[in-house]
Ligand binder design. Sequence first.
Ligand code: M6P
Length: 433
Amino acid sequence: STSTSSLWYQDLCSYKWKAVDRDNKVSYTLKLCESSPPTACGPGTAVCAQTLGTDTKKSVGELSQQRLSGLVLDYNSTEKCPGSDNNIQTSISFQCGKTMGTPEFVTVSQCVHYFEWRTYTACKKDKFKPHKEVPCYVFDSDGKKHDLSPLIKVSDGYLVDDGDDSVDFYINICRSLSLNQPDKSCPEGSAACVVTSQGSFNMGSPTGPLELVDSDSLRLQYALSPGSSRPEMCKDHDPAVTITFNCPSSRHSGSTPKMTAESNCRYEVVWVTEYACHRDYLESHTCKLTSEQHDISIDLTPLTLSSSDHPYYAHSDPSDGADSYVYYLNVCGQILNGECGDDPVISSCQVKKNGDVKKVAGRNQKQMLRYSDGDLTLIYPDGDKCSSGFQRMTIINFECNKNTSNGGRGNPVFAGETDCTYYFDWETAFACV
Ligand code: M6P
């Protein structure tokens, strides 16, 4: 057998992955590598399809029938596709992402089961590779996905509210921390750490994937990895951190993670957050959220510009002498000034002010509108690639303001760029709930 240690997707081998096709009620389990845990279809199967709520299962891809070309991983099965010469098969298309990500079911067409996966393992030069990260999603018993990935910090961490000003307790979610404040740092590899006047101490990193407690509650556990030394302040006790995420029973504006118990370096953290709720409650692929599905009613379509309107734009004018850009945006529609081309799916375009650089900074084909913990966010992924392999992405954070200009529409304000993700703040009357 061949060694997988040099494979770019090797970090994904330690886990069994799951994706669900809700429309056809099929649950898929993925075993990407020989060393990965087996699926219910047996040890030779790479992709096992199961009808939700039944025992019916079959292989739609065998591990021995794997082909890798570029960032596409295909697995043939041994069964013929009815009415065709091809076999039933699976095709997983990877893209560079900033976290480990999750496989997403796309479609089945002519017996090919398609998946997409945005993951740091597919980026160039280990650009977003963390010290440690674990799968950050679960499916509940109804096949609904709960995904905490939006909470993962690529840099920085969360300060836990522990009612003690002399000690700062930091965590990251599903991933090791990298604090970038100058005076505060956590030991390398820690996902929970205590910062005191004596220094900073590693309180552990995830011991396994995110777990489902029940349909409204998720759990992560952190402990010291083998070889890390126990902080002196813990004396004879091994540090252990349990973080419980609770989905609130009705709409709820954000709160911070709270320390609910601590003794002998055992910490219990509880976070009431809507990110723990199932994803279809939080997200929409249109420009609307409805009270039936989302328990909140929002319609951003009045912001969509038509060809007679001036485009929305925002300037970045960095004080540090870096390049200046103007960004053109539309909301749930294409950019009509043609600066980045006439493609109807372009919704965000970056133009360098003194130069000829024009980059698509996001497309609306797979746009996503999310309302969670009081934040209304519109995401345009799939822009032009940066050198890391990451496709430029635009994230607009809408705020309610009933008194904005432009007929209540308001205007976007550039808030910053981190590694080819562009952030905008936008006050508008149409974000009021
Ligand atoms: C351009 C702009 C920047 C971006 C940079 C990335 O200058 O689009 O916003 O950060 O490209 O450059 P590279 O592909 O070399 O990483």
